[in-house]
Design a protein around this ligand. Structure first.
Ligand code: HEM
Length: 142
């Protein structure tokens, strides 16, 4: 069980590296002058590769979590509201991940509607969600 938890944490941390960095690329993309095609294409290539990579990392991160929950029974049964709240945070994280994919497509099609300031605030959300998820699973407040 401890090896499963070890790799759960490793893949979660790796997934979050992508969730933190991809919106940072969006900040830069929103700042690229319209005539800088080479810079725009370079950032788009980085963003595409990062999105593919972080999607691959999300699968074992969540799969190992499900294994801890459904396989080892950790968090099952009454008195484990922390896991239900954590799963709600995970759903928001998956929505955020999907939102990043939609925003990248908008950049690729020249349809971005948000400023670099908007993306700086957007970039803060995964930080808040990580704090919430880690606090729920470590402290288990309810
Ligand atoms: C499908 C999604 C997930 C499920 C079902 C899940 C489930 C679990 C379970 C059952 C444990 C073991 C808790 C214990 O031994 O007390 C655990 C540990 C942990 N999970 Fe998740 N998890 C998921 C996603 C995440 C995410 C997104 C994070 C992000 C921060 C995360 C962070 C952690 C950490 C840090 C631990 C180790 C806690 C400790 O050892 O005290 N998990 N997870």
């Amino acid at each position: 069980m401890l090896w499963v938890k070890t790799f759960h944490i490793v893949f979660v941390a790796s997934w979050f590296a992508g969730l933190f960095y991809l919106p940072r690329i969006f900040v830069n993309l929103a700042l690229v002058p319209p005539d800088s095609t080479a810079e725009r294409e370079r950032l788009l290539l980085m963003a595409r590769k990062l999105l593919r990579f972080m999607t691959l990392l999300a699968v074992p991160a969540l799969g190992l979590g499900l294994w801890l929950w459904l396989g080892y029974g950790i968090g099952r049964g009454p008195g484990n509201g922390w896991l239900h709240a954590k799963l709600a945070v995970v759903l928001v994280l998956l929505g955020y991940h999907y939102g990043c994919a939609r925003l990248l497509r908008a950049f690729e099609q020249g349809r971005n509607r948000h400023s670099h300031v908007w993306y700086r605030w957007f970039n803060e959300l995964p930080v808040l969600l990580m704090v919430l998820a880690v606090a729920l699973v470590v402290v288990k407040p309810f």
